[in-house]
Design a protein around this ligand. Structure first.
Ligand code: ADE
Length: 244
């Protein structure tokens, strides 16, 4: 999978060199290319923003640097097919695990990280007319720009690309994969500060362990995220645990 990122802060994406994603990059499983938007601003100060048309607070990102940056990616001889362009935005559709799976099928994603009050609307219109564009939010809160949202999405998507996570089985039993939150996990020692690992997990009875985990998943989901359960299973919550 190829991923291009356009940002005025390319340094944010150094984080993608770490851990599993960094290793996948080194092995060539994912090909991440980060571009500095300011390379496409040609005045003395490399200006990428201007005051909003119609007045108001803040600054809006100018269309010209975005046009040049995105055109250079789309016309790159190594770009084949039609990349999907994603603009992280609090005004976009909400990113979910289902969307991560959908996007993990794409051969080429381009992330355009806006700052300030956003990007001139004509940029979205231009590229939506010429290809595929999605505005995507990572949740109902406001970040200073799209960089952190892009890192979150790239990590969630790339770990679903075959060959990125060593043991694909570890992807299956995670929160949101089954529509439920994940059950709690334990390791050794069997006792720590007078807190015991639940005995069923040490019983060796795989059916009983699976049943316990399923029950824990449902109960945790009911307590913390009842809206994820079908209405008939929401029932009475036993209250929030300190550990949730
Ligand atoms: N940019 C600013 N806030 C954002 C959010 N919540 N999701 C995606 N991009 C953003």
């Amino acid at each position: 999978m190829r991923i291009d990122v356009v940002s005025i802060f390319p340094g944010y994406f150094d984080a993608l060199e770490l851990s599993l994603l960094g290793k996948a990059k080194q092995r060539g499983v994912i090909d991440v290319r980060v571009h500095d938007l300011r390379e496409h601003a040609h005045d003395k100060h490399r200006t990428v923003d201007d005051t909003p048309a119609g007045g108001g607070a803040g600054m809006v990102m100018k269309p010209e640097p975005w046009g040049e940056a995105l055109d250079s990616i789309l016309t790159d001889p190594e770009t084949t097919g039609e990349p999907l362009i994603i603009f992280p935005s609090p005004a976009g559709e909400v990113f979910t695990q289902a969307m991560a799976h959908e996007l993990a099928q794409e051969p080429h994603l381009v992330f355009g990280c806006g700052r300030y009050e956003g990007i001139d609307q004509r940029v979205f219109e231009e590229y939506a007319e010429r290809g595929r564009v999605r505005l995507v939010s990572i949740g109902d809160y406001i970040l200073n720009g799209g960089e952190v949202a892009t890192i979150a999405m790239v990590e969630a998507i790339a770990r679903l690309v075959p060959g990125v996570v060593g043991n694909p089985e570890s992807l299956v039993e995670e929160s949101h994969e089954s529509g439920l939150l994940e059950y709690p996990s334990y390791t050794k020692p069997a006792n720590w500060r007078d807190r015991a690992v639940p005995p069923v997990l040490l019983s060796g009875n795989h059916a009983a362990i699976a049943a316990w985990r399923q029950e824990q998943s449902i109960e945790r989901t009911r307590r913390v995220r009842p809206e994820l359960l079908p209405p008939e299973h929401r029932g009475e919550s036993r209250g929030r645990h300190a550990a949730d």
